[in-house]
Write a protein that binds this ligand. Structure first.
Ligand code: ZN
Length: 246
C-alpha cells in the first residue's frame, strides 16, 4: 500500500502533487466531519437479531392440522406475522424460509449460526395437547468448545436457552395462554449456536374453549394466532431488555 502511494506521488509533478495533497486534506476534513456527525447521536445499541425458523416446508408437510392445513403453512404464516411485529419494534429478523420451500435442518442451523442471533425460535404446530408447548434442547450444558460437533453445538447454549424459555413462558402466560414447558432432543435446534427454543402451537386449552366447537378448530382462529404472535413479540422485547442490562 505505502510503496504504491509513494510511487504514484513521485510521478506527479510538483504542482499537481500540491493539488493532490490539497484534495487529500479536503477529503480528510470531510471524513472527519462525517465521522463527527455519526458520533453525534447516542451510542448505538448492541446489535439484536432474532432468527425465526418456520419448521417444515416444501415436500416436508409436517403434521396435518385443522381443516387439512399442513403444519408447514401454519408455521410460515406465524413466522411472517411475527417477523413484521418484531420489525415494527426495531428488531432485526433473519428467517430460515420465506416461502413454501424445502430447507434441510443443516441449512437452517447454518442460517441461524451465521446470524449471530440473540434468540432463535423454531416454530411448530400440532393438534395434540393444548396451549403452547415450549421446548429447550435436552442436551446437557457444556462449555463452549473451539470445535463443536454440529449435532450437539446447542450444548454450549443450553443455559441461555433455558433462560430464554423462561422469558417466553412468562410472556405467553401473561397473555393468558396455557404453556407446557419441556426439554427434548430437538433436531431443529441442537445444531444452533444461539439461545434457542422450539415453540409448538397446539389448540387452545379446552377450558378456554367456546362450547360446541371442536377444539382443533382453534388453530384456525385468527384471534388465537395473533394473541400468540403478540405474546411472542412481547417476550422477545423483554429478552432484548434483559440482554442489554449489564
Ligand atoms: Zn413440526
Amino acid at each position: 500500500m505505502r510503496s504504491t502511494k509513494s510511487v504514484s506521488m513521485r510521478v506527479l509533478g510538483r504542482r499537481s502533487l500540491s493539488v493532490a495533497l490539497a484534495a487529500m486534506v479536503a477529503a480528510a476534513g470531510l471524513l472527519a466531519r462525517s465521522a463527527a456527525a455519526q458520533e453525534a447521536p447516542p451510542a448505538p445499541q448492541a446489535r439484536f437479531v432474532v432468527v425465526l425458523d418456520a419448521a417444515h416446508g416444501g415436500d416436508d408437510l409436517g403434521g396435518k392440522l385443522a381443516g387439512g392445513v399442513p403444519e408447514k403453512a401454519f408455521t410460515l404464516a406465524l413466522s411472517v406475522r411475527l417477523r413484521s411485529l418484531l420489525a415494527a419494534r426495531g428488531i432485526q429478523v433473519v428467517t430460515t424460509r420465506e416461502s413454501d420451500t424445502n430447507v434441510d435442518l443443516n441449512r437452517r442451523a447454518d442460517i441461524a449460526n451465521h446470524a449471530n442471533a440473540q434468540a432463535c425460535i423454531s416454530l411448530h404446530a400440532t393438534l395434540s395437547g393444548s396451549g403452547v408447548h415450549l421446548y429447550a434442547s435436552s442436551l446437557p450444558p457444556a462449555e463452549p468448545a473451539r470445535f463443536t460437533a454440529f449435532k450437539t453445538a446447542q450444548a454450549a447454549w443450553v443455559t441461555r436457552s433455558l433462560a430464554l424459555a423462561g422469558v417466553v413462558n412468562s410472556g405467553l402466560l401473561h397473555a393468558g395462554l396455557a404453556v407446557t414447558l419441556g426439554r427434548t432432543a430437538l433436531l431443529s435446534v441442537d445444531s444452533m449456536t444461539c439461545p434457542a427454543v422450539a415453540v409448538e402451537i397446539a389448540p387452545k386449552s379446552p377450558a378456554d374453549h367456546a362450547a360446541g366447537a371442536p377444539p382443533i378448530a382453534d388453530l384456525d382462529d385468527p384471534d388465537y394466532q395473533s394473541k400468540i404472535a403478540e405474546a411472542l413479540a412481547a417476550a422477545l422485547l423483554e429478552w432484548r431488555t434483559e440482554a442489554r442490562e449489564p
